[in-house]
Design a protein around this ligand. Structure first.
Ligand code: FAD
Length: 397
């Protein structure tokens, strides 16, 4: 993407963010899905930010795309999670591993907002270890039939198509052919049953859709196989690199917003005869949020550059491994830093900080999930250590 196109995209993102804010605040107060998100994202042509122009997208490189997601992250982790689901883990695997037919079938509609996307890997009994999944597929004369349940899926209840993963039903687990495959399923077909989590039951992200869905003998056309049979695990892990970067960028936005809020409030609020920003212990909070922001921005940028370098040399294993490691590091650091920044912002706001009528409390509640989804803190620490120690030292397989 050339600099002028990048500037235009970031200007559209800015306009979107300004327009979405009051809708997001109302939806949050009412603890409901923000139904203005898709219409406004369509209005500003943001539903294909990272999709190639061939399919109608804006063709953003990773560095620009993550700048956009960081800006969106300032509006809340719920808003950013929608884009992660639709683009970073929805459109990305279709664009990267899909056949030309599959790309033409889904990406132009996704960009136009006619086909919202999601990514269904997690199951009730398979979270950190996706290999424990029990979803299955069978070959038929016209394609495949899928059965199983997927759990905690962002956009799952609003998606028109979902990237899902399953084992072959007719192959024994000890057979080398017992390998996960990836498919794109349509949700408006017989055999798809979905149930969204009630926003009241969630600690945060009330404005984002999180759902569970079942596939009951769900028919999938042959062309909807993603990659080749048995490629599913590789596709899932490759997609998580893109997903982790999106989470890290969103967390950067959360820190930026916490900093902006704290700077404003510290100059307004007066206690003990002076603005609280003149109290040294309040200044400590400000200083530590700023250091967290700067460190997170550096890690996110470094990881984005590594991802673009790896994308430019598709066969280079060392570049791909580096991009994978830096994405894990950025996501691990950013999600902890954002959680701590939100906690400090709550503290600076005092009693108001504890209320979800103010931005710090919403960030604190929402950003907590970033230490869980797309790889928990624990899994990412083990991944980072194994990358340094060597594959034979992996703590789990
Ligand atoms: C709001 C939300 C949105 C989500 N969106 C999506 C989505 O769009 N698509 C999708 O597929 N999934 C999604 N998820 C699921 C998410 O990725 C999983 O919750 C996450 O991977 C953890 O899995 P789990 O919940 O089963 O926890 P578990 O895997 O059961 O882990 C429980 C605890 O055990 C720890 N643990 C597990 N294994 C090890 C180990 N080997 N060593 C050390 N500690 C370990 C974990 O770190 C964690 O602390 C979402 C989750 C949430 C909450």
């Amino acid at each position: 993407m050339n600099p002028a196109e990048a500037q235009r995209l970031l200007a559209d993102v800015e306009a979107f963010c300004q327009e979405i804010r009051p809708h997001e605040e109302f939806a949050y107060a009412e603890r409901r899905y923000n139904d203005q998100l898709v219409p406004l994202a369509r209005k500003y042509n943001l539903l294909g930010m990272n999709v190639a122009p061939t399919y109608g997208g804006r063709g953003a490189d990773t560095v620009t795309y993550l700048q956009a997601l960081a800006r969106i992250g300032r509006e809340g982790t719920g808003v950013r999670t929608f884009f992660s689901g639709h683009l970073s883990i929805g459109a990305y695997p279709i664009q990267t591993w899909g056949s030309e037919t599959l790309k033409q079938k889904y990406l132009p509609r996704a960009v136009r907002g006619e086909c919202i996307l999601a990514f269904g890997l997690t199951e009730p009994e398979a979270g950190s270890n996706p290999r424990q999944m029990t979803s299955t597929y069978r070959r038929t004369a016209h394609g495949y039939v899928l059965n199983g349940v997927k759990y905690l899926i962002s956009n799952g209840g609003i998606a028109d198509a979902i990237v899902v993963f399953a084992y072959p039903a007719d192959v024994a687990p000890n057979d080398p052919r017992y390998r996960i495959s990836a498919f794109v399923i349509d949700t408006h077909v017989p055999g798809f049953e979905v149930e969204s989590f009630t926003p009241q039951a969630k600690l945060g992200l009330p404005t984002s859709n999180t759902a569970m869905f079942a596939m009951h003998d769900l028919a999938v056309p042959e062309e909807n196989l993603l990659g080749r049979e048995g490629d599913g695990f590789r596709i899932a892990m490759g997609t998580l690199v893109s997903g982790r970067l999106s989470v890290a960028a969103g967390c950067l936005g959360v820190i930026e917003d916490c900093l902006a809020e704290v700077l404003r409030y510290a100059k307004e609020r007066v206690q003990h005869g002076k603005e609280i920003g003149r109290h040294q212990l309040v200044q400590e909070h400000i200083a530590l949020i700023e250091v967290a922001r700067a460190a997170t921005a550096a890690l996110v940028h470094q990881a984005a550059v590594a991802k673009d370098q790896a994308a430019a040399q598709p066969g280079d294993v060392a570049l791909a491994q580096r991009a994978d490691l830096l994405a894990a590091q950025a996501k691990f650091f950013a999600s902890q830093a954002a959680w701590e920044a939100a906690d400090r912002a709550v503290q600076v706001f005092g009693g108001r900080g504890w209320s979800t009528l103010y931005r710090p409390a919403r960030h604190l509640a929402d950003v907590r999930v970033c230490r869980i989804y797309e790889g928990t803190d624990e899994i990412l620490k083990l991944k980072i250590a194994a990358a340094l120690l060597g594959k034979e030292w992996e703590a789990f397989h």
